[in-house]
Design a protein around this ligand. Structure first.
Ligand code: MG
Length: 354
């Protein structure tokens, strides 16, 4: 394990963390510990401009001037099947959506499987069929792959890693660095379904109707926004760490302030009830088919109309705006009008959620 050296990374965490010498489950939570691991281990070792952009994928320019997006995502979700989705559907949509968030049209995916000795082939066939159905729905092909097997007891059934390539057809750079003061922040739909679907399944919670994961491809709304010629500055899907963590990451990357109004964030009664029972804030719960969109305030109305027509889980809402300062800060206005600072997810809310 590489020992981080502050001088080589040039990066530091604004809030001191207890120094970790071993990987903890929290390092996979997508919050503060994950960011710390990236900043201490991966970014210093691999240092390059694409990684430094802190985007959902890399934006790459070919010698002929055309641009591609490239991304990868590993999936360790437990259980393998849950209401509304499964590890195969998430493995496809997770990568498809990260390409979409780069402003790209997803085209090709790879699929790598780590299988444990004894895993039923019928279950693998079910997962693979789900992957193909998700790929067809998203308009992508799974064109290459890999299979490895570990001994019984050395894995947990199956892990799936996907990587994806998409083509960028817009002249815009859809990225954190393009966010500007004055941008409206649009949320595409209701929050928290994926995390609460998994949590309810694991905890054996029963509600009047089942909470289903929101897992879905975001190709249609992103393509519609870009083809309409709207000035889309940045897109981010709200996976691990939820809306709150995504906003903090973007405010820090873009060196802007973001102010949101909590009362405007849509959460179904069922998800809100489940969150209350389990002591969770829906702002931090994972989603697999929701995103935020940054556009100049003057273009918020057409963007809302397009997202309402094309995105799952609507209607979309304007939840806040971007301000110039204080850089890196996200604030949330409560229903009684009090502002409080929003921090990224700390530690691990729910291991193995995707
Ligand atoms: Mg993402």
């Amino acid at each position: 394990m590489a020992t981080p050296t502050p001088s080589s990374s040039g990066l530091s965490c604004p809030i001191p963390l207890p120094h970790k010498t071993e990987i903890t489950v929290g390092h996979g939570g997508g919050g503060r510990l994950t960011q710390d691991l990236i900043d201490r281990v991966f970014r210093p070792a691999f240092a390059n401009a694409s990684l430094d952009a802190q985007h959902d994928g890399a934006l790459l320019r070919l010698p002929d001037g055309s641009r591609l997006a490239f991304t990868t995502d590993s999936h360790v979700v437990s259980p393998l099947f849950f209401p509304g989705s499964d590890i195969g559907k998430i493995a496809v949509n997770g990568t498809v959506n990260d390409l979409c968030m780069c402003g790209a049209r997803p085209l090709w995916l790879s699929a790598g499987f780590v299988l444990e000795e004894g895993f039923p082939i019928a279950t693998l066939e079910r997962i693979v069929a789900s992957m193909q159905a998700a790929a067809t729905a998203a308009g992508v092909s799974i064109v290459t792959g890999d299979t490895k097997v570990v001994e019984r007891g050395k894995g947990d059934g199956v892990y799936v890693t996907t990587a994806g390539v998409g083509v960028i057809e817009t002249p815009r750079t859809v990225a954190p660095a393009s966010i500007r003061p004055g941008d409206a922040v649009i949320l595409s739909g209701d929050l928290g379904r994926h995390g609460m679907a998994i949590m309810a399944t694991r905890a054996g919670l029963e509600f009047e109707s089942t909470i289903e994961s929101d897992c879905a491809p975001l190709v249609a709304p992103v393509q519609a926004l870009l083809q309409a010629g709207l000035e889309v500055h940045c897109l981010r899907d709200l996976t691990r760490g939820g809306l709150a963590t995504a906003l903090v990451e973007l405010a820090e990357s873009a060196r802007v302030a973001i102010a949101i109004e909590a009362a405007k964030v849509p959460v179904t009664e069922q998800v809100r009830g489940a969150c209350e029972i389990l002591g969770l804030d829906p702002l931090y719960v994972a989603n697999e088919g929701r995103f935020i969109c940054f556009v100049p305030a003057a273009q918020a109305a057409p963007a809302l109309e397009i997202i309402a027509r094309t995105a799952p889980g609507g209607p979309p809402v304007i939840i806040g705006r971007v301000n110039a300062a204080p850089a890196g800060q996200v604030t949330q206005r409560s229903v009684i009008g009090a502002d409080r600072i929003v921090d990224r997810l700390s530690g691990e809310q729910l291991p193995r959620i995707c």
